[in-house]
Write a protein that binds this ligand. Structure first.
Ligand SMILES: Nc1ncnc2c1ncn2[C@@H]1O[C@H](COP(=O)(O)OP(=O)(O)O)[C@@H](O)[C@H]1O
Ligand SMILES: [Mg+2]
Length: 513
């Protein structure tokens, strides 16, 4: 082909917009042949979108993609496959009722039906043997574990001649042992000259498997570096960014008694591995405790246990001195606990319902909104209008369906609803995630106001600048454990970055001595 030194893939100023968000905002970087190239970034950074463009699932709005200096419009996955590009999606695209070899045969131009020919089966077994990707060609997809399904997807891509293989967060469905096996398969492919694009938000994996890493943040490339010339702490800083904040005034306030006490709490993840490990901490009235850390280190599980959505396997949760361990979400909410959930579209609001209905989702059982079995709609209307006004929600009227609101407006609606019940404790999970700078500032300001009123706030966030700007104390979570708790302002960002990458506080103190 063309110039040997030219990059295999070049993204040049790629822009992709979705309603209300620029998912890829002028993305420019190159990928060399025969390398494992990681795409690192927080949730929402734009990794999947960019790769969906390369795989022909989406078209960019602006910018170009070059393969060995030649510009291509990749208008469909068929075209991508033709160009030697394969993709293993985060959510597998296999047909459950079909066998492994039928799935491989599906969509192959040589096979007229889903009936795999002898040839297909033979080649599949050969490929599987060559890469140690063990699967039974006659097994139905539904019988397979997630790890096995992933092997089928990889085999399918290889079968179609993928020279470039994109893997979207492939380890999220794997056990540690399966991850190691996958990595050795990827190494084998690389040694044959194939190119791997590895999407992840896990720093360990980037350092372990990739030659080069491109860090994306809010749709933009932060940096592309050789992994040999960086480390986890450097990467975590790039990932969480250095966004400039307006100076927020922290209301000074006497720290009161503990409102939330967590004692030696443990809990399992969905995959049944320990995600929260023997955690102890407390949040006091009039205090914001920030929980910092890279996503996936137990934050979600912790928030879920505290709000009654996940079972604690051991330990205790006390709210206002009362043991609420493994109480229902409703019982916990009734202890004047407000919750700003991580997944605001699914847990925070019901999109199809109007603002009004969303506002009374939780309060409908209580006076003054309910009169026996009836709901006092006039009062609800009045209350919703007040929230709309107080929290600056841009919406024509209270009867608008909530899913027509932008992210910032939805978040203010949730906060408004939660705060209007006069909570003593707010558990806020990534409250500004996905919001633009101004909307994020407003949410932080609102949390500070609550603190000023004596409310205790547990703020879980990946955004270090945010955590530092409004927390009184910061606890850093790594692999389900607190690496250290510090007064805000005590440690610099770099040091927080180290804690987030798993170096305990004592080690840092040793170093500084
Ligand atoms: N099909 C879509 N429609 C609307 N918005 C989308 C769509 N896909 C992604 N987005 C938005 O684009 C941004 C980037 O998302 P994504 O590429 O999935 O990020 P990542 O893979 O890094 O987590 C997010 O704000 C997301 O909500
Ligand atoms: Mg993604």
């Amino acid at each position: 082909m063309s110039n040997k030194n030219s990059p295999l893939i070049e993204f040049d100023s790629v822009v992709k917009r979705f309603p209300g968000v620029v998912a890829n905002d002028g993305v420019t970087f190159t990928i060399d042949k025969g390398t494992i190239h990681s795409l690192l970034g927080e949730n929402g950074a734009g990794k999947t979108t960019l790769m969906n463009i390369l795989y022909g699932l989406y078209q960019q709005d602006e910018g170009s993609i070059y393969l060995q200096d030649e510009e291509f419009k990749i208008e469909s996955p068929t075209k991508a496959i033709e160009l030697g590009i394969g993709m293993v999606h985060q959510h597998f695209k296999l047909v459950d009722n079909h066998t492994v070899s039928e799935n491989i045969a599906l969509g192959l131009s040589t096979a007229s039906t889903v009936r795999p020919t002898k040839d297909i089966k033979r080649k599949l077994i050969e490929l599987a043997g060559q890469y140690g990707l063990k699967v039974d060609p006659d097994a139905k997809i539904w019988q397979l574990s997630a790890g096995e399904k992933q092997r089928v997807e990889i085999l399918r891509a290889l079968y179609r001649g993928a020279e470039i293989l994109i893997l979207d967060e492939p380890t999220s469905v794997l056990t540690p042992g399966e991850t190691e096996r996958l990595f050795s398969v990827l190494e084998d492919m690389k040694s044959e000259g194939r190119t791997i694009i590895f999407i992840t938000h896990k720093l360990d994996e980037v350092m372990e498997i990739s030659d080069v890493v491109t860090v994306l943040r809010e749709g933009k490339v932060v940096d592309t570096v050789d992994t040999a010339s960086t480390d986890k702490s450097g990467l975590s800083q790039k990932m969480v960014g250095r966004e400039v904040l307006f100076d927020l005034e922290k209301p000074s306030r006497e720290i009161g008694p503990a409102i939330l006490e967590v004692e030696r709490l443990s809990a399992l993840s969905d995959k049944r591995v320990e995600a929260v490990k023997d955690l102890s901490f407390s949040v006091h009235e009039g205090e914001i405790l920030g929980i910092a850390g890279v996503a996936g280190n137990g934050q979600r599980e912790l928030a879920e246990v505290l709000t009654g959505l996940r079972e604690a396997t051991s330990g205790k949760v006390l709210i206002d001195g009362k043991d609420v361990t493994n109480s229902s979400p409703r019982n916990i909410a009734d202890r004047n606990v407000a919750h700003i959930p991580e997944d605001r579209m699914h847990q925070g609001i019901v999109g199809d319902l109007t603002l009004k209905d969303n506002v009374i989702l939780k309060a409908y059982r209580k006076k003054p909104f309910s009169r026996g079995l009836l709901i006092n709609y006039n009062l609800v209307d009045e209350h919703t209008r007040k929230i709309i006004e107080d929290f600056d929600i841009k919406v024509p009227d209270p009867d608008t369906p909530a899913n027509l609101l932008s992210g910032g407006n939805i978040q203010r609606l949730i906060l408004g609803r939660e705060v209007s019940s006069n909570p003593n404790l707010i558990i806020a999970s990534h409250p500004t995630y996905g919001l633009d700078v101004a909307a994020a500032e407003q949410i932080r300001q609102l949390l500070l106001e609550q603190k000023g009123r004596g409310v205790g706030v547990l703020l879980i966030s990946e955004n270090l600048t945010e955590i530092r700007s409004i927390s009184d104390r910061i606890a850093v979570l790594f692999e389900g454990e607190i690496m250290g708790t510090i007064e805000s302002g005590e440690l610099e960002r770099e040091e927080l970055g180290m804690l987030m990458a798993g170096s305990p506080l004592e080690e840092l103190e040793e170093k500084n001595r």
